[in-house]
Design a protein around this ligand. Structure first.
Ligand SMILES: [Zn+2]
Length: 225
């Protein structure tokens, strides 16, 4: 896990939430971290408050990537920047996790010159490859999600790809807010790491303070997770 700078640690203790907590996972050649932060801020994609995250955990910030990906030129630039991380890894296709990862995955695939597939939730709430999408045996797949928190969706996506005969060779996301808690068997890169705490709902200091968490996004059967 990355060590916090003094400024970040001070901010965390004070409960402040600002872009000082947003830092790069790795250096980025095609797009500066400050530029990515600025795009997210200008789009209003980083919200501060008391939220139920898509993972079901509670947190003080919520990143609604859709708000920045709504600008096609930003989506394209972010996709290109993320694709740059996977230079040197042979990739045959991108599989993104619908809906959140779909636009980003499409743009990463455009940058890599490969096709863009996606997995989505079926009527039973499980992830599935639908719409006639096929993965050829041993095709090398990059799995793209918008935000990593628990990594649950990405793990589900990996299972679907492998069940379809594909080989997951890399993982990517726009934002990693897992706090460094995720470990993967293949190379994994996010454009931004947001080092902010999130909590189990029954152990949330914001709830204990009397607040009520709101759901800023949506997820299939989110309430049951
Ligand atoms: Zn809470």
């Amino acid at each position: 896990m990355r060590m916090l700078t003094k400024k970040e640690a001070d901010g965390r203790r004070q409960g402040r939430v600002d872009t000082a907590h947003v830092s790069p996972v790795k250096s980025c050649n095609t797009m500066r971290t400050e530029e990515i932060e600025r795009l997210l801020a200008e789009a209003g994609a980083v919200r501060h408050g008391h939220f139920v995250l898509s993972s079901g955990r509670h947190g003080q910030t919520y990143v609604q990537c859709a708000l920045v990906l709504a600008y096609p030129k930003h989506a394209e630039a972010l996709g290109r920047a993320l694709a740059e991380r996977f230079r040197g890894i042979e990739i045959d296709a991108v599989v993104s996790l619908a809906l959140g990862g779909l636009i980003l995955g499409h743009e990463v695939a455009r940058a890599l010159g490969v096709r863009a597939l996606f997995v989505e939730r079926d009527a039973n709430g499980g992830m599935a490859l639908r719409r006639g999408f096929e993965i050829q045996p041993s095709e090398r797949i990059l799995v793209i999600e918008d935000v990593w928190t628990t990594g649950k969706s990405t793990r589900e996506g990996i299972e679907v790809v492998e069940a379809a005969g594909g080989r997951v060779v890399a993982l990517g996301a726009l934002v990693d807010r897992s706090g460094g808690s995720l470990s993967w068997k293949v190379p994994a890169f996010a454009l931004l790491e947001i080092s902010l705490p999130n909590y189990e709902p029954d152990n949330c200091p914001l709830c204990r303070a009397g607040g009520t968490a709101v759901r800023p996004g949506s997820r299939f059967k989110e309430a049951t997770r």
